[in-house]
Design a protein. Structure first.
Length: 202
């Protein structure tokens, strides 16, 4: 059975993997894909500290996990891990525009309404090109997705998806018809499960 690690986007208190990936979990289980995700909320964690938690999941799985799915800010963690682990497939869903080259002083003020000052600084220490560069060999099959609605409703994500797809070798860019940013929507969840099944080797 194929095992997939899912890295959720940010939520300060809720175990976001349980909520945001609920429909995805149901879809992938139908396709005989095992679902693994962090069982704690982001809380006060930064990119690096949350990545350390997710790394423990990878450690405990041995060599079973060869595919990582990240959503929103979880795509930054997924990229970080993919550069350090032998991953065959990486799926970056609606990637967050929280890289250092995205955030100006005025945007940092807005982010402080959601994140702590320490998190804002820690989230924006890596530029997009450096993040994409961890997959410079092109050995990892990468898929970047975004929801069709995000073209207008979330242009930062739309631009980031195209930017990453252009920087990471061996990458396919996929627009999910009718989908918004949330991966909970049935259309987005079904598309993710289909993409994962298509990348499964027998």
């Amino acid at each position: 059975m194929k095992t997939v690690l899912f890295v959720p986007g940010f939520h300060p208190t809720r175990v976001w993997a349980d909520f945001e990936f609920d429909n995805v979990r149901r879809q992938v289980l139908k396709r005989n894909i095992q679902f693994v995700a962090p069982s704690i909320p982001w809380g006060e964690h930064t990119i690096d500290s949350y990545a350390s938690i997710v790394e423990n999941l990878l450690d405990s799985s041995g060599d079973n996990i060869r595919t990582i799915v990240g959503h929103s800010i979880g795509t930054i963690v997924a990229l970080k891990l993919a550069g350090e682990w032998p991953i065959d497939q990486l799926l970056l869903c609606s990637p967050s525009a929280l890289y250092d080259d995205d955030i100006g002083p005025e945007n940092k003020e807005n982010l402080l309404e959601i994140f702590t000052p320490q998190q804002v600084e820690a989230f924006t220490v890596m530029d997009t090109a450096s993040a994409a560069g961890v997959l410079g060999s092109g050995e990892t099959k990468t898929i970047v997705t975004y929801g069709e609605v995000e073209r207008e409703a979330n242009p930062g994500v739309y631009r980031k998806a195209h930017q990453l797809a252009g920087l990471i070798p061996n990458t396919t860019l996929v627009e999910i018809a009718g989908a918004e940013h949330s991966i909970r929507s049935p259309g987005y969840a079904q598309a993710v499960s289909q993409l994962l099944s298509a990348g499964e080797s027998t």
